[in-house]
Design a binder for this molecule. Structure first.
Ligand code: SF4
Length: 703
């Protein structure tokens, strides 16, 4: 044993809270983790998942070498094979016949080069990300209202608010450290109020003064009623609306019919309860509305977002201390993906594919011969195109769509029929890897370097703690090698610092302030400085000190629309697209558990995390369980036209009658035929393309 203990500051790889982690590595390689007291997202706190990170630093189950057609291969062979197949497919069928499906688990540098390869060198925008399943509706809602995808507020607003309204967010389980901040703020300031809007009662409900268990998918009706109430009761900030917004009349016209009885009928809530919520909202200047997947994962997700934003615009409560709408993202780098252009309808650095000047700017900056000139396929469409043969070569990086996409059995069939599938993953055995013609070993958290952006626009470093397992390589390295083997120039980076530097330079290139995303202060960052980079919030423009610009956006009432005004959006109420029937009489909601993450490839390695809930389950109301003859803890069969699964029944009145809830984490690999997404209908929001993962329909019966 030689050397001394090392301390590495890095970032948790799970939720969008983006907690700082301090890892202590002993000379023998033993790792202990604790919260980073100096990180402004968590100030030393971690939830159970973050605290168990050291338990997951094992080589168990890892993919250690490239595999080509079932046989171990050298990196050279594997890269040439991937590049050759992509090149030949493009030559034979055109650039739209290939696609990348990437992940909010990727680091920003990985995302940047993947986007550059696809949109720049190949010239197609057929690159989409699993973040489409997470927050695409928020992106679309922000762009409609603000003219740019901007989260206006910051985490301190949780402590500054007098009222926190949670919508479609089980913060206690899905963003536990943010929940801890809220819980402490409430304890310190007894006057603070919390309203929880969620069809289920969850752990988050326990701190709520008001729980609104509305009918699944009826949020737009509730917020249309609030907009009308603010108007009728004279609580609209008329001066703000006149000076800083447009479109209020159209939005109010749609809201006009949403009187209390109408809202009660649509939401199933008691009128007095609704009125109480409206009164508290109207009376509280410092109101923060935190929303998450219950809002985004809907066939009306973008309208839900805009219905919330409308109420904040109506009161001028936006980007102010303790006041504003706050989308919290699910994944560690969903925000980084948005910034870098990881979605198929974005370009890079908040530039738009449908803007010819932006396309020309990016093309010249990259030195590319071509650039994508229209939006590519969004996640659900992309896999439909794989299924019907339009996509003939697909590269999946850091995600498991066979488990996580809606109508997951259809995704399986699509991959089985696809002529060429490449999977980059840290793990050898996943439900998606089973379909790979080429499997490429990627470095996971603890072995890779780069940056991520959390829900409050804070960019933090992830740093390697340990040497890579086997021949695993970082995603950026793999993508650049394939790009070079395809003949692309501009992919010969020495490391992630150089990629970050280029990305930062692009963000500031010909940016006169018209683009909000700007980190050009980092455009000359050297490798040593990059190594020391402390967490910072964007924007951070060239020549400015870190934190010189205001942390919040829009406090002065200027937005990124052509006229500088925020836009109200008229949002007629549309119920969920899947309708209950005699054959499928239950609404099926899906979501996360406290101690697991995605398809458990990492959290499943930590024994302590399985002590919370060890097997897949479905929540059902006692009256419904009695009606179908289901005993508590009995086995239940859930089914619909898309698939079926067997789950343990958790009979609880937290669940409302006629509705079911099942977690997303179990797979064929870890539980045997427990993929709940096999039952989720592939219905998407028409604006954002985000699937409706919270309101499919199913039947349930004893197994
Ligand atoms: Fe990690 Fe999220 Fe837990 Fe923080 S709250 S430790 S980011 S999982």
């Amino acid at each position: 044993m030689t050397g001394a203990e090392r301390i590495v500051h890095t970032t948790c790889p799970y939720c969008g809270t983006g907690c700082g982690v301090e890892a202590r590595i002993s000379p023998s390689g033993r790792v202990e983790v604790a919260g980073d007291r100096g990180h402004p997202a968590n100030f030393g706190r971690l939830c159970v998942k973050g605290a168990a990170l050291a338990e997951t630093l094992t080589h168990e189950g890892r993919l250690l070498h490239p595999i080509v057609n079932g046989t171990r291969a050298s990196w050279r062979t594997a890269i040439d094979h991937v590049a050759g197949n992509f090149r030949r497919t493009i030559e034979a069928h055109g650039r739209e016949s290939v696609a990348l499906y990437v992940s909010g688990q990727m680091l920003t540098e990985d995302y940047y080069v993947a986007n550059k390869l696809m949109k720049g060198f190949i010239g197609s925008a057929n690159i989409d990300t699993n973040s489409r399943l997470c927050m695409a509706s928020s992106v679309a809602g922000h762009k409609r209202a603000f003219g740019a995808d901007i989260v206006p507020n910051v985490y301190e607003d949780i402590e500054e608010a007098d009222l926190v309204v949670l919508v479609g967010s089980n913060l206690a389980w899905c963003h536990p450290v943010l929940f801890q901040r809220l819980d402490r703020a409430k304890a310190a300031r007894p006057g603070m109020r919390v309203v929880n809007i969620d069809p289920r009662r969850t752990a988050t409900s326990e701190i709520a003064h008001l729980q609104l268990s509305l009918k699944p998918g009826s949020d737009v009706a509730l917020f249309l009623g609030l907009l009308r109430f603010l108007e009728k009761s004279g609580r609209r900030d008329a001066d703000y609306v006149r000076a800083h917004t447009s479109g209020v009349e159209e939005a109010l016209q749609v809201a006009q019919v949403w009187s209390l009885p109408e809202v009660a009928a649509a939401t199933g809530l008691d009128e007095m309860l609704i009125e109480r919520f409206y009164e508290i909202f109207a009376a509280t200047e410092r109101t923060l509305t935190i929303y998450s997947q219950g809002v985004n994962q809907s066939s009306a997700g973008t309208d839900k977002v805009n219905a919330i934003l409308n109420c904040h615009l109506s009161t001028g409560r936006i980007g102010r201390p303790g006041a504003g709408p706050f989308s919290v993202t699910g994944q560690p780098n969903a925000m980084g993906g948005r910034e870098v252009g990881g979605l198929s309808n974005q370009l890079a650095c908040h530039m738009e594919l449908d803007d010819p000047r932006s396309r020309e700017l990016v093309k010249r900056f990259w030195g590319a011969e071509t650039i994508a000139d229209r939006a590519g396929l969004k996640a659900v469409e992309l896999f439909e195109a794989v299924g019907d043969g339009r996509i003939k070569a697909l590269w999946i990086i850091g995600t498991n769509p066979v488990d996580s996409l809606p109508e997951a059995d259809k995704v399986k069939r699509a991959l089985a029929a696809c002529p060429f599938v490449v999977v980059s993953d840290a793990m050898a055995q996943t439900d998606t890897a089973a379909f790979a013609h080429v499997a490429l070993p990627a470095r996971p958290w603890g072995e890779k370097d780069g940056v991520v952006t959390n829900s409050e626009r804070r960019i933090s470093r992830q740093r390697a703690l340990l040497p890579a397992a086997g021949e695993a390589m970082p995603d950026w390295w793999i993508i650049c090698r394939v790009a070079r083997a395809m003949g692309a120039e501009g992919f010969d980076y020495a490391g992630p610092a150089e990629i970050f530097r280029e990305y930062a330079a692009l963000s500031g290139h010909l940016n006169d302030g018209g683009r909000a995303f700007d980190i050009s202060a980092c455009q000359e960052i050297g490798a040593a400085e990059y190594e020391r980079l402390r967490p910072f919030q964007w924007p951070w423009r060239r020549g400015e000190a870190a934190g010189a610009t205001p942390k919040r956006f829009f406090a002065e009432g200027r937005f990124f629309t052509p006229d500088g005004r925020a836009r109200f959006v008229a949002t007629p109420f549309r119920p969920p697209e899947s309708r209950r029937s005699a054959k499928t009489p239950y609404v099926l909601n899906t979501g996360r558990m406290r101690d697991q993450w995605h398809t458990m490839t990492r959290t499943g390695l930590a024994p302590s995390l399985s002590q919370h809930i060890a097997e897949p389950f479905v929540e059902i109301h006692p009256d419904d369980a009695a009606r179908v003859g289901l005993q508590p803890a009995g086995l239940a069969c859930l089914s619909n036209e898309h698939g079926s699964t067997i789950l343990r029944a958790l009979v609880t009145d937290r669940q409302q009658r006629g509705a079911l809830f099942a977690p997303i984490h179990w797979t064929d690999q870890n539980a045997g035929a427990a993929r709940i997404d096999a039952l989720v209908a592939a219905r998407v929001d028409p604006v954002s393309g985000q699937p409706e993962s919270k309101a499919s329909v199913a039947r349930i019966e004893p197994w």
